[in-house]
Ligand binder design. Structure first.
Ligand code: HEC
Ligand code: HEC
Length: 383
């Protein structure tokens, strides 16, 4: 008797928890303002997920500066060795990352962190995994000068650019007067990176009223994302990120791969192990994932969140505390599949970006009989 009662209770509980996908779909196939409310913990400020708004215009970004920035982005002459360009580590076809665990910089030396996607970077005030750059203008020259990345001397780069007639013209067109300066290089590169934004996903179309764009399973995933899976506590708003820093248990404190993230920037003990919440737009195309690139199994990441990111057994004494927003979720396999399906619907297959013809290279190619040396590292040449 008691057993039957228990069974009935269990069935009822189960029924209350897992809503039928078709009923749920009915609740979501309507304007977002009428969707079931999203759920976050007390004290968490969150905005609903939604299509990306247009970027507010800034005075330094013009079509001409963006075009010049594209040339510079593809140009390995901005590196010390002449072999690395921004494109070497931020490849559009690899989701504007490099597909590696950690980036291979100057001398092919392995860096410390995973190359971030550049998609939607313009929507963040604090850039890099640890937020050490304040916006794109502040960031633009850092990779060029960083010994671990392009390892170049800025004055030398400026001299190389000045030596190329077509660049001199492009700078004059972009800025209305002749002159190549570090500040102008930064503005041009920042302008181009500002143009790198996720294209409209199926989720966006759905939220705009095209209700056929998501399957019932994806809608179930959308609902879980906004409620029981707790993702909205951090991955919220149109960027799918709060732009804040959290410790999600991946500091590897006291072990190989230790990285204290935000703490190295602020020196505040509370920031140990915190990293910026990344955008989840196009996330299926930007692996491997996390600041250390140690995660190449996407479903594995969801299972890890589902278990509440258990680090307890491996934690060393004095290890930073896990964010209180991370907790076991109790999702079953079907729910994890639904969540994964939804995450696939907030991205699009990466588009091919036509490389520009770089100023001055055609001439030097005919002089030296080839441009092999100046190709971005990792470029595959088809015969
Ligand atoms: C050797 C590989 C490499 C090269 C070359 C490189 N990057 Fe990066 N990029 C990275 C890595 C790794 C990170 C993350 C670093 C970190 O968080 O500490 C990153 C992060 C960024 C970010 C931050 C994105 C965000 O959302 O916060 C931007 C923007 C960026 N790079 C732009 C550029 C530009 C522009 C160039 C060329 C001037 C460039 N990168 C060259 C590896 C590279
Ligand atoms: C406490 C805030 C928080 C919550 C809650 C949270 N995340 Fe994250 N998420 C982060 C941070 C911070 C990172 C980067 C961590 C790192 O690299 O060390 C991250 C990284 C990720 C990544 C890797 C992205 C990349 O570009 O490498 C995925 C995928 C992801 N989260 C999905 C989810 C999903 C799905 C949920 C809900 C089940 C969720 N997150 C809940 C903060 C959070």
């Amino acid at each position: 008797m008691a057993l039957i009662l228990l069974l009935v209770c269990a069935l009822m509980l189960n029924g209350a928890r897992a809503e039928e996908p078709a009923d749920l779909a009915e609740k979501y196939r309507r304007p977002p303002s009428e969707w079931p409310a999203f759920v976050v913990d007390d004290g968490v400020q969150a905005e609903d997920i939604a299509p990306l708004p247009a970027l507010p215009p800034v005075a330094w970004h013009t079509p001409e500066s963006e075009e010049l920035g594209k040339l510079l982005f593809f140009d390995p002459r901005l590196s010390g060795s002449g072999q690395l360009a921004c494109i070497s580590c931020h490849d559009p076809q690899l989701g504007w990352g490099d597909g590696r665990r950690v980036a291979a910089g100057h001398d092919r030396r392995a860096g410390r962190r995973n190359a971030m996607t550049l998609l939607n970077a313009a929507y963040f005030d604090r850039l890099f995994w640890d937020g050490r750059a304040d916006g794109l203008l502040d960031l633009a020259l850092q990779p060029i000068q960083s010994p671990a990345e392009m390892n170049a001397d800025l004055e030398q780069v400026i001299a190389r650019i000045r030596g190329t007639q077509r660049y001199l013209q492009a700078f004059e067109e972009a800025f209305g007067s002749p002159g190549v300066t570090g500040e102008r290089i930064a503005r041009a590169i920042a302008s181009f990176v500002r143009s790198i934004v996720s294209s409209t996903s199926r989720f966006d179309r759905f939220a705009q009223g095209d209700y056929r764009r998501l399957t019932n399973q994806e809608i179930q995933g959308l609902h879980l994302f906004r409620t029981r899976a707790r993702c909205m506590n951090c991955h919220n708003g149109p960027r799918f990120s709060d732009g804040q820093f959290h410790h999600t248990g991946l500091s590897y404190y006291g072990r190989r791969f230790e990285d204290l993230g935000r703490y190295d920037v602020t020196g505040n003990p509370e920031d140990r192990g915190k990293f910026r919440t990344p955008t989840l737009r196009d996330v299926r195309h930007t692996g491997p994932w996390m600041h250390n690139g140690l995660f190449d199994d996407f479903t594995g990441i969801l299972r890890m969140y589902n278990r509440g990111i258990p680090v307890g057994a491996r934690a060393r004494p004095g290890a930073p505390k896990l964010s209180l927003l991370i907790r076991p979720l109790d999702l079953d396999d079907h729910e994890i599949e639904a969540l994964e399906a939804f995450l696939g619907a907030i991205g699009r297959r990466p588009a091919f970006v036509e490389p520009p013809a770089l100023p001055g290279l055609a001439e030097s190619a005919s002089d030296s009989g080839g441009t092999t040396e100046l190709l971005p590292a990792g470029t595959i040449r088809t015969p």
